[in-house]
Ligand binder design. Sequence first.
Ligand code: OGA
Ligand code: MN
Length: 306
Amino acid sequence: MTISIEPSGVSLGATVTSVRLGDLDPSEWATIEEAFHEYGVLTFPKQFLSEEEQIGFAKRFGELEHVSVPISNQRKDGSVLQDDAHRFWILRGNERWHHDSSFMPLAAKASSLTAMVVPSSGGQTEWADARAGYDALDSTTKEKLSSLCARHSNYWSHEQLGQPTHTGEGYGFHTFGAPLRPLVKIHPVTGRKAVYSGRHAYGIEGFSAEHSFTFLKELIESIAQPPRVWGIDWEPGDFAIFDNRCIMHRVQPYDYSEPRVMRHTRVAGDPLTEFAPTVRDERADNYNPSTFAQEARVAADQRSIA
Ligand code: OGA
Ligand code: MN
């Protein structure tokens, strides 16, 4: 079998076939890693990876932040999530462009998804190329961006959704404040510049709140334009991996009365290049880890800082 890599035809993304991700030889892995850096997103139709195989493949990229989580609109008993569930709002939030874990002190390197159950329409995942988005900016804007930093916070992004049941607790709602990240990120491997923004970003240093809001909204819109957007209309068993350091993603809305289940594995960033210092986020001040689960999450946060 010779591995086949078919570029999408737009600035990011390629479809990879004639390979078994659960059983890679060293040269196939080298080809895939190189393609990951070039295209930013790779999709692999019909891999039907077991959970173990997906975890094993993700570990080739580095240490995992999330080993395996179901991204699902259903509870274990099959009932559909309603808007009184925090997880419902995580899914709704995923409909907006973002980089995974940008709100954590250590942002993510890569994320992978296996489609387990897909709805009859909608639910496509889309990616936007923040490298090409940067390249397309005029030189004045590039110059302006070069010295700007934005805060990233789950408190902020969930507030933007208007989540009525928001309690400020759960994954990503921590005491450490908001990471302050440059709006231009230099890719640690390719050296390419990319805009680093997304739905968790707010409060650009030196800007008024309103100016920052409008500036970030327009910036994100300018990135996520053709020919810098690519998507997948999932079939069960399809797999994708993407580079959070330079690519944004979102999910298209779908009818929540139909199940959609994705198996998600997230690779942690490198502390040398994805760690950011945090500044006070007053929304986090009242955080009170009241349950064992929340304390466990805080401990995980601290590990990622070390
Ligand atoms: C995620 C995410 C998009 C999707 O899991 O981080 O944004 O298509 N998922 O489910
Ligand atoms: Mn995501």
